[in-house]
Design a protein around this ligand. Structure first.
Ligand code: ZN
Length: 157
């Protein structure tokens, strides 16, 4: 039985407690593991967290599993900012039925604060808007102050 989630087909996931149905976020950069939990966990969701797991691809990684449901569009956008390169797997009856990298949107609407302290969005209650100007690594530009930042400098709202 394979212990990783690579390859195609119906691999069962064993690194962290298996879930029957829900979503697994794999290949999370290790320091982003708890921020990912904060981003995706709502109310009384059942969440399983693996921290600092060994990964042949990235040394150490995090894995977060959320039972019974898929992620909101907003959560997926947030993942693109804080866990670039992570993988989303959809689980049904303990089987991975879909698996894909976190998609990077063309812009982030009201997901993250502008990192420019003088930006109007940090002084007025305006929704932030960042356009993606580079993908690997992620780079965004605020449409209000026109400053650009690496995605890693942005804090989620
Ligand atoms: Zn700005």
């Amino acid at each position: 039985m394979s212990k990783d989630t690579t390859g195609s087909g119906a691999h069962r996931i064993r690194q962290v407690e298996a879930i029957a149905n829900g979503t697994v976020i794999d290949h999370i950069p290790a320091p982003a593991t708890l921020p990912v939990v904060d981003l995706i966990a709502i109310g009384d969701d059942q969440v399983f967290v693996g921290m600092n797991l060994r990964s042949s691809r990235m040394g150490r990684k995090g894995v977060v599993k959320i039972a019974t449901r898929e992620l909101s569009d907003r959560a997926v956008s947030g993942l693109a900012l804080i866990a670039p390169g992570a993988t989303i797997c959809i689980i049904r009856d303990y089987v991975v039925i879909a698996k894909h990298p976190v998609p990077v949107p063309s812009r982030f609407d009201d997901i993250a604060r502008c990192a420019n302290p003088n930006c109007v969005t940090n002084h007025e209650k305006w929704p932030t808007r960042m356009e993606v100007i580079g993908r690997e690594p992620l780079f965004v530009r605020c449409v209000y102050c026109e400053r650009s930042f690496p995605g890693t400098e942005l804090a989620l709202i």
